[in-house]
Structures are given as structure tokens and as C-alpha cells.
Design a binder for this molecule. Structure first.
Ligand code: ADP
Ligand code: MG
Length: 694
């Protein structure tokens, strides 16, 4: 990109005509700071106002454009406190129509009697009346129309920042850069994939003349976005694993078979297959970078344990980082037993340990006396030093960034990396998204699992549900009650959980032992509650979503979710995964108070399937366009225009192009690829930085 243009794009939006301090602040609310942010604030929809109708042709219920002369002075009528109506009669040679505006006193000043205007608004045909509500208007004699007579973009806006303002400002911004945006895509890519010019794309995504323009512009911009994403991911992978000598762990197959025979159950075929893939990676001298994806309950932990054991048996140490203390403790407890049988030392490292405990553990890790450490973020602190770290595992990967993964692996010399995740993203997508990792998928549950029976209910069922919960508890089972998600803050969420717990302990479940768990509790306290629940000393655990991740209490058979409509389906699926882990039939009750069709459809999906992959696919379908896939969760840059689900076809092409370009020019050293390289560095700053840490 030429230097000047790059500078301009980085400049504050205050350099755009029409943006002063006040407006800039409003744009900031939308995450728009620079001129580049502004022009990449793409419309999420368009309104076709190009078709001008005669007044007699206006159809009821539709938004239409028409031209007419103002016949009368605008009248003002107060309807009630805070609601004033402004009306004007408009006519053309075919009829008359009333225009109505609410609370817009300036209308009286701006419309001139006898003058001709173009209007666009919703038409309401009454028995004898014809009305247009809240129309936008522009003088008919104007040379250029901004809000009528054409296809107009619709943007995500915010209070006090109207569509009209955004359009004007956008137009001004585009004028600043028009014709000078440089194409980062090499010519051959543009030709091969029929991509339009970048300047054409920007002006037409915002101000298209017809549907074809929108389509071409969008295709080009989506392609570029996904192409850069792919190229970025693939180059991170190249840098991470290329040319670096990794550890070749011992081919100790026999010993590993003994280990596997000691765990007390038979591996599922999927576990066996994934373990073989890992074993092969570990024995090769290439650095392993592998993602193990498996639905909740598919048995990822034991696969991790095998890898850890193999590392230790080859004379190395292993580390496993998990997102919460509860989970760390749980993995620690279960691994300690399995490993103990083979003389392998396991230690736990979490934030809540005392200084004394910690320094003892740290010195044992450094001396090599501890073979395996399970811990939270505490593991990446500087003081943690390993004697010979050979394998790094992160569990529930979406909670950690690429950066944290890299920080942990830097504690060894090119250790192998294994990432475990239960995020059920459609597999085609996973293969593309996790471009920086090889992927293994555990697509089978251990035998004998009974699918969790799921019911979506509303408040009218509460008494019956409560009786059902009591019955289960009297049979010796335990229950989770998940409190509503609160967007505003963890604080309020914690309070609401507390209230619920107090209420049910006093009322509906006063004869039972009720516990409380939320994110604001001190770690030690959380731990204590979880242990009590695990030991069966609590019957009902009222909790926020902190139990979502990985907790294993096989005796819990009931998962009750309040205001289930507020949760994402993937999240509900994770929550439901907390039950159905033991021999007893389990149940999931989803309280849905929303009457909306979408909420009902979402609940239906939960009732009909327990397959995480199906659920995530359906979720994306139902949420549909506009709502982007949660890329942030995956530590990827935000996508501005592409929709990973709807644009799957373009994504495939973009991936193909990215692979081809790297085949020709692995390090993007060629002249024609320099701009690309720069752009990727910009977009993947965090990742590139991580990589250089290595
Ligand atoms: P997740 O994939 O959700 O992390 P876990 O590793 O916690 O699942 O496994 C869930 C439960 O299934 C654990 O209690 C574990 O001991 C058990 N399990 C795992 N693999 C098998 C298997 N092959 N056969 C029987 N039980 C298994
Ligand atoms: Mg797990």
C-alpha cells in the first residue's frame, strides 16, 4: 500500500468532513476510530429506494419512494404527554397522501409549501386515507440524492447517530480515499477468482447502484478477509513448526499398552485413533501442534493422560493448563491415581496455594522430581521453571489465547503442543479455522451413555418440575440449577445466584441441602463447595455458568437452566454436558420464558439432539446473517464482513488460494506478495508476536 494512503487510513475520523468531537465520540461507541475503521464499517443491509412510484400506486404495508408537492403548512397536534404529531398533505397528479411524523418539530421549518420533494417511508392504507409514516425526504430538484431514489445502505448505528449522518460521513470518507486504495491481492489471485478492483469494491459495498454491484463488491471483500485470515493462520503454523527440531519421544508402544491396560476401561475406537495420531506426532522429531476436538464427555482427559505418560516415560516433564481451579483440581485428582500406579509424580499448581506450598512445588518442578504439573494460569508465571519440559497441553482451549499457549511452551525447548477443546464447531469449519493446528476429532462417546433427556418448559410447569427434582434427590441423585446470564456484570450475576439460592433454600427446597457457586467467590471457597458437591454433601448446586467448563460429578443427573433463552446453544450444550456422566438416566430442564419463534426453535434443537456438532450448525443457521460466528472466542481477529457459515464456499476458495500462494512463496518474500505480508503482520500482530517469542 502506498505510504500516503496508509497514513490517511490510520488517521482519526475527525479528519473526515462532518465529524467533530461530539460525533467522533458517537462513532467511537461503534468501535470506529480511524478512517479505515470507518470505511470498513460495512452496511448490514440495504433498502431499495430507487423505484419511484405514483401516489396511486403506493401499496399498503410497504416502504415506498414517491415524488409529491407539499400542499399545506405542517400541522402540529399534541396527542398526549411527550407525543406530538406533525402532518402535511402531499399530492402528485394521481392522488393525495398524508405524511406523519412524531416528535420532530423541525419538520415545520424545513418543508416548504408548494415545493416538490422525494419521500420514502412506510405506507399505510386506511379505509379512506393514505398515509406515509415518518418518511425521509429530499428536495426533488437536488442534483444528487443521498437518501432517496437509490439503493441506500443500512448501518449498525447508535443513539444520536442516524443512518443519514453515517451515510453522509461515509460518503465524505470515501471521497478522501477514492481511487487510491491499493490492492494487496496479487493480480493472478484477482484474475483466477474473478475479484473486482478494491476501489470499486469499497464504493459499491457502501453505495451500490444495483444488486449486481453489491454482490460483486461483497464477494471481493469477503474473499479478501477470509484469504488474509487463512494466510495468517497458515503462516503462523509454518513459523511454529517449520524447520524447528522437535523432540522425538521414545517409540515405547509396549509400555504404553501396559499403561492403557491399567486405566480401568477400554478406549473407544475414536480415542484409539486419536491416540495413534498423537503417538505418531510425538515420536517424530517435528514439533507437534495438534488440536483434539471432542464433544463434552467424549473422554479427552484420558487421551491427554496418555500423552503425558508417554512424555514422562521418555524422560521429559509434561504440563497441562486448564482455565479454572476447580477443573485443575479435578484433573489432578484423577490423574494422580492413574499416574501413581506407574511411579509418575503429579503436582498441582494454582493461585490459591500458600507461598510455602507453592515454593515447594516450584522447586520440585525445577529439579525434575515432579513429572507432571496440572495448573491454571499460575503455570505461565515467570517463576515456574521446568527441568525438562517436553509436552504442553492446554484444555478447553478457547479460554486461552495463542499467546498464553506460547508462553507455556517457551518454558521448554520446542516442546510438543496438544490443545483440547470441546467447542463444537462444524468440522469443515474447524479444519479451516484451526489452520495453525493439526486436528484430531473424538467423534464417539464411551459406551453405555444414556442421552440426556431434555425438556423445554415455562414457568407454569414449575411445581411439577420442583417435585421431579425432589424425587430425584430422594433417590440419591443431585441437581444443578443454573441462574440466568446477566450481561452487565459478574457482580449482578453473582447477586442473582445468591438470591436464587437463598430463596429456594427457604422455600421450595427447604428440606434439602442447597449450595452456591459463582464467579465472584474466592477460589478456595469455590473449591470447597465443589468438593462438597462431589462428595454428595450438597443436593442442589445453584450456580452461574462457572460450572460450564469440564466439571465431572457423575452422580448429578439434573441440569435445570433458568432463562435458557438467554444462553447460546453451544453454551447450553456445555452445561448439559455436566450431567449424563454416570450410570443413571439424566435430565436437562430448560426454562424458556420467551415467546419468540427463534427461542422456540432453539429449544427444539436442544430437545431433539445431543450432538454438539449438529447443535452448533443449527445455532448458526437459526441466528442467521448479521450475527457473526464468535471468532473472538477462538482468538481470531474479528471478521468485518464475512460470515464463516454462510460464506463457506468463498472460505474454501480463499483457503485454496492461500495454500497456493504459500506453495509458490513460503515466506512471502516475493515482490508481488510484500503488501500481503505487511497486511497479515498488521492483522495478526498478537500471533506474530507470540511466534517471535519462541
Ligand atoms: P471430556 O471429553 O468432556 O473432557 P472426560 O475426559 O471428562 O470427558 O470423560 C468423561 C467421563 O468418561 C470420565 O468419567 C471418564 O473417566 C469417562 N471415560 C472416558 N473414556 C472412557 C471410555 N473409553 N470408556 C468408559 N468411560 C470413559
Ligand atoms: Mg474435559
Amino acid at each position: 500500500m502506498n505510504g500516503d494512503m496508509k497514513e490517511i487510513l490510520k488517521k482519526s475520523i475527525k479528519n473526515v468532513k462532518g465529524v467533530g468531537d461530539a460525533r467522533a465520540k458517537l462513532f467511537h461507541k461503534l468501535g470506529i476510530f480511524s478512517i479505515e475503521d470507518l470505511i470498513t464499517h460495512f452496511p448490514y443491509d440495504y433498502e431499495d429506494r430507487s423505484n419511484i412510484k405514483k401516489i396511486c400506486q403506493l401499496t399498503d404495508g410497504e416502504s415506498c419512494t414517491f415524488e409529491g408537492i407539499i400542499m399545506s403548512k405542517v400541522t402540529e397536534r399534541k396527542i398526549r404527554q411527550g407525543l406530538t404529531l406533525y402532518q402535511a398533505y402531499i399530492k402528485d397528479d394521481t392522488g393525495t397522501i398524508i405524511a406523519t411524523w412524531y416528535n420532530q418539530p423541525y419538520i415545520k421549518k424545513v418543508l416548504t409549501v408548494g415545493e416538490s420533494y422525494i419521500f420514502y417511508g412506510k405506507i399505510v392504507r386506511g379505509y379512506k386515507t393514505l398515509e406515509v409514516q415518518n418518511p425521509v425526504y429530499e428536495k426533488a430538484c437536488k442534483e444528487e440524492h443521498k437518501n432517496t431514489m437509490k439503493i441506500v445502505p443500512v448501518y449498525h448505528a447508535t443513539a444520536n447517530l442516524t443512518q443519514n449522518t453515517i451515510r453522509t460521513v461515509m460518503q465524505n470518507a470515501l471521497e478522501l480515499v477514492d481511487g487510491n486504495l491499493e490492492d494487496v491481492l496479487p493480480l493472478w489471485v484477482r484474475k483466477k477468482y474473478c475479484l473486482c478492483d478494491i476501489n470499486y469494491a469499497f464504493s459499491n459495498i457502501h453505495f451500490p447502484r444495483n444488486d449486481g454491484d453489491i454482490k460483486n463488491a461483497r464477494y471481493r471483500l469477503v474473499f479478501e478477509e477470509l484469504f488474509l485470515l487463512q494466510l495468517g493462520l497458515l503462516s503462523v503454523k509454518t513459523v511454529l513448526s517449520d524447520g524447528k527440531e522437535g523432540i522425538a519421544f521414545a517409540p515405547n508402544r509396549k509400555e504404553m499398552v501396559d499403561f492403557i491396560n491399567s486405566i480401568g476401561f477400554t478406549l473407544t475406537n475414536a480415542q484409539k485413533r486419536v491416540w495413534e495420531e498423537i503417538e505418531k506426532d510425538m515420536e517424530s522429531n517435528r514439533v507437534m501442534n495438534r488440536l483434539v476436538q471432542g464433544d463434552v464427555g467424549s473422554g479427552k482427559t484420558i487421551v491427554a493422560a496418555l500423552a503425558l505418560a508417554k512424555a514422562v516415560k521418555s524422560g521429559y516433564q509434561g504440563a497441562m493448563m486448564v482455565p479454572t481451579e476447580i477443573l485443575a483440581k479435578q484433573h489432578y485428582e484423577s490423574l494422580k491415581d492413574i499416574m501413581g500406579k506407574h511411579g509418575i509424580n503429579v503436582a498441582l499448581l494454582v493461585g490459591s496455594q500458600t507461598k510455602k506450598q507453592r515454593s515447594e512445588i516450584l522447586s520440585k518442578i525445577e529439579s525434575g522430581e515432579v513429572n507432571i504439573v496440572i495448573g491454571t494460569h499460575a503455570l505461565i508465571e515467570e517463576k515456574v521453571k521446568f527441568s525438562k519440559l517436553g509436552l504442553v497441553i492446554t484444555d478447553e482451549q478457547h479460554r486461552f489465547g495463542v499467546r498464553q499457549r506460547a508462553m507455556l511452551s517457551n518454558k521448554g525447548i520446542n516442546p510438543d503442543i496438544l490443545v483440547m477443546t470441546a467447542t463444537p464447531i462444524p468440522r469443515t469449519l474447524a479444519l479451516i479455522l484451526y489452520g495453525d493446528l493439526d486436528i484430531s476429532i473424538i467423534d464417539e462417546l464411551p459406551p453405555g451413555r444414556k442421552p440426556v433427556k431434555t425438556y423445554a418448559v415455562d414457568n407454569s410447569m414449575r411445581q411439577r418440575i420442583n417435585n421431579f427434582i425432589k424425587k430425584q434427590i430422594l433417590e440419591g441423585r443431585q441437581a444443578y440449577i443454573i441462574c440466568p446470564l446477566v450481561d452487565e456484570s459478574d457482580e449482578i450475576e453473582a447477586k442473582s445466584a445468591l438470591k436464587t439460592a437463598e430463596k429456594i433454600a427457604k422455600e421450595d427446597f427447604k428440606d434439602f441441602r442447597v449450595g452456591l457457586l459463582h464467579g465472584k467467590m474466592p477460589a478456595g471457597e469455590k473449591e470447597e463447595v465443589m468438593q462438597k458437591f462431589l462428595k454428595g454433601e450438597i443436593d442442589i448446586l445453584v450456580s452461574t455458568t462457572v460450572v460450564e467448563v469440564g466439571v465431572n460429578v457423575p452422580n448429578a443427573t439434573l441440569m435445570v437452566v433458568e432463562n435458557a433463552e438467554r444462553f447460546g446453544l453451544a453454551q447450553l450444550h456445555q452445561l448439559r454436558g455436566r450431567v449424563g456422566r454416570g450410570p443413571h438416566q439424566s435430565y436437562c430442564i430448560l426454562y424458556n420464558e420467551s415467546k419468540s419463534q427463534i427461542a422456540k426453535e432453539r429449544m427444539k434443537v436442544m430437545q431433539e439432539t445431543t450432538d454438539g456438532f449438529v447443535i452448533s450448525e443449527k445455532d448458526l443457521l437459526i441466528r442467521g446473517p448479521g450475527e457473526f460466528f464468535g471468532t473472538r472466542q477462538h482468538g481470531l481477529p474479528d471478521l468485518k464482513i464475512a460470515n464463516l457459515y454462510r460464506d463457506m464456499e468463498i472460505l474454501k476458495k480463499a483457503q485454496e488460494a492461500a495454500q497456493e500462494i504459500l506453495k509458490r512463496d513460503r515466506n512471502l518474500f516475493m515482490e508481488e506478495n510484500l503488501k500481503l505480508k505487511e497486511k497479515i503482520a498488521e492483522k495478526f500482530i498478537e500471533k506474530i508476536h507470540d511466534v517471535s517469542l519462541n
